[in-house]
Write a new protein. Sequence first.
Length: 94
Amino acid sequence: MIDIITAYYNQNVYLTEYFKWLDKFILPETANKLNFILIDDGSKEYPARDFLPKLTHTNLDLYEIEEDIHWNLSGGRNLGVHVARTNNVCYIDI
């Protein structure tokens, strides 16, 4: 299993495209080996929860940082590692 950590902040267009890409390219036979962790880093204008689609073959966990801390990409990534299910992690930035 691999945990794929993505930090997000107020970029709803990119987030929507990211989910379309996941749904298109993740094969059903490999989907159970991937866990996607989305960290919303305090988005107020476009919170990630408003743009989460029903993904066909993908495990997705959303975590929200409530305080809007400027330039907190590393904090979001650290949270992702903390909640990861395995020691195998990969970061994808959007």
